[in-house]
Ligand binder design. Structure first.
Ligand code: NAD
Length: 533
């Protein structure tokens, strides 16, 4: 693991850093020469264990971050609760105006923040910038939402009565996020939570603390300028002990958790046991299905991006590919050519021409290697080069792989089809009928994203209908990865049923009341019930 929790004594007071890294950090006001405070509750502080941020492409230590101690976490939660009590009274459009200013401040730093995402997480530069753009987009959405969080007037069966459904602020919302989207997932949550009038507290992945610090610095300056308590967008960095203390806290009204199925299961049980609200965005195991009438000039590059892009480290990455028997040889041959072109374009994610960056850490490389071994042990055919990319030995670089398992049924014991391997390994199977491919698509525990490639409207109807794909994102002639913010984002089944971002997702960040109001001079009971003494 690249997270190392250590005492301060092991570190020299100042370290040298490559020019490449120090330019990115200093553009965002991060002084890497000193331990960086990793807690923001209106003031920057930190006295817990040290987290070491490591560049996945070079193995270079970027900075040390001082995480939250248990006391600092409790103080932050306390302050957030207090700040919420006044913030809930601020009119929503006024909250929207602050979101607009945050949007402007982040947009002005898009290139620098995107570069930091590449440096610390490992995704390529255009994806790092794209992630920041996603925050800008959802903040635009949050500004509009602040004037549109409408309740409803419902017809009452009783004369002279009205029923209102009223959204009010919820309280303190905690956002626990994963390493692979180190800024955007928080942005999705903050925009809705802030517009709704809540205090938001962020516990980012322990391996991407610098991204969270840089983003919080930008946001905090806007809050301070508006004389709002900074703790309304609080930050507590730390490892899983900090995460579990947040999840257990009665001070937290809703936990929005993005991460693995294994941790999500624990988080869900804990929050449920104290009757808190929980929103889960967990692992995906996403399939693309290509029909004989598909436009292969669109489908093949989309599968290539879905499976290889971000080194297979998106929750929506394409992990399974189902090919109609008649086009399977052609698709595989085109994919093999594309895969063979990758190694010369692997390298530093900060460089413009890099197509494929590293895996995030050594642990991820080991997961990739174990998955490859299992594929081989189960007699899968490996169509590409595979393994660690030794030409770039200092980073966590691996070759993207296409595997054709011997059996296609995800239901078979020990099947590689049914687990999410967070690495660039694409498993392929051949089908004869669309029904069979849809059955395989639906036969895994996860239910995040899926895509069908066809020009036949009858197949589209089948795919989108009651017997179609059971995932939360169901695309047609669009790959599995790369969603826009306008629709609600999330998955079904073991992906957790959560929805974030657009659509009706905001409705989870408020406290709903149904209010029946009597404007008449009588007080009839509903359903004609009579209770006369
Ligand atoms: P992870 O589950 O290891 O960690 C996620 C977060 O949980 C981190 O902040 C971590 O510190 C915290 N955490 C760890 N143990 C905890 C505990 N016991 N209690 C509370 N918090 C704890 O996930 P990861 O490796 O950072 O991210 C990869 C996973 O996230 C993949 O499975 C991916 O599919 C998933 N993901 C899902 C979505 C989605 O929208 N569905 C988006 C991004 C990532």
């Amino acid at each position: 693991m690249f997270l190392r929790a250590t005492g301060p004594a092991l570190f020299p007071a100042a370290r040298g850093l490559s020019t490449r890294a120090s330019q990115v950090l200093s553009s965002l006001g991060i002084n890497h020469a000193e331990p960086v405070p990793g807690v923001y509750d209106g003031q920057w502080r930190g006295s817990g264990e040290h987290l070491v941020s490591v560049c996945p492409a070079t193995g270079e230590e970027l900075a040390r971050v001082v995480s939250a101690s248990p006391e600092e976490l409790h103080t932050t939660l306390d302050k957030a609760r207090e700040a919420y009590k006044s913030f809930r009274l601020v009119p929503a459009p006024r909250r929207g105006e602050v979101l607009r200013q945050i949007r402007e401040a982040i947009a002005a730093k898009k290139a620098d923040l995107g570069a930091l995402v590449s440096l610390e997480m490992g995704k390529i530069r255009s994806e790092g910038a794209g992630e920041v753009q996603e925050i800008v987009d959802i903040l635009d959405y949050g500004v509009g939402l602040s004037r549109m969080m409408n309740g409803r007037v419902v017809a009452s069966e009783r004369p002279g009565h009205s029923i209102l459904e009223i959204p009010n602020p919820l309280g303190v919302v905690a956002v626990l996020s994963a390493f692979n989207f180190p800024v955007a997932v928080y942005g999705w949550n903050l925009a809705l939570s802030f517009a709704a009038g809540n205090a938001t507290i962020w516990k980012p992945s322990q391996t991407t603390p610098l991204c969270s610090i840089a983003l919080t610095k930008i946001i905090s300056e806007v809050l301070e300028r508006n004389e709002l308590p900074g703790v309304l967008a609080a930050l507590v960095t730390g490892a899983k002990d900090v995460g579990s203390a947040i999840v257990e806290s009665e001070y937290v009204d809703m936990v929005s958790f993005t991460g693995s199925e294994a941790v999500g299961r624990q988080v869900a049980k804990t929050v449920q046991s104290r009757f808190g609200k929980v929103l889960l965005e967990l692992g995906g195991n996403n399939a693309s299905i290509i029909m004989p009438d598909a436009d292969l000039s669109l489908a093949v590059p989309a599968v290539f991006f879905g499976a290889v892009g971000t080194a297979g480290q998106r929750c929506t990455s394409t992990r399974r590919l189902y090919l109609h028997r008649t086009i399977a040889p052609e698709v595989l041959s085109r994919l093999e050519t594309l895969y063979a072109s990758v190694p010369p374009k692997m390298g530093d994610p900060l460089l413009e021409n890099t197509l494929l960056g590293p895996l995030h850490n050594e642990n991820a490389v080991q997961i990739y290697e174990r998955a490859l071994e299992t594929h081989k042990a189960q007699h899968a055919e490996i169509l590409t080069s595979s393994g660690r990319y030794t030409q770039l030995a200092e980073g966590n670089f691996v070759l993207p792989v296409i595997a054709v398992p011997k059996h296609a049924d995800p239901g078979l014991a020990g099947s590689m089809w049914s687990t999410e391997t967070f690495a660039p390994i694409l498993s392929v199977a051949v089908f004869d009928e669309l029904e069979q491919a849809i059955e395989w698509n639906n036969a895994v525990p996860q239910g995040l994203s899926s895509s069908l490639w066809t020009r036949d409207v009858r197949h589209i109807g089948q795919w989108l209908g009651p017997a179609g794909s059971d995932t939360g994102i169901v695309n047609v002639n669009v790959g599995t990865s790369g969603a826009e913010i306008g629709a609600a984002f999330g998955g079904n089944k073991s992906t957790g049923w959560g929805r974030e971002s657009g659509g009706d997702a905001w409705k989870q960040y408020v406290r709903w009341s149904a209010a029946t109001i009597n404007f008449s001079d009588a007080a009839p009971l509903a359903q004609g019930v009579s209770f006369a003494p």
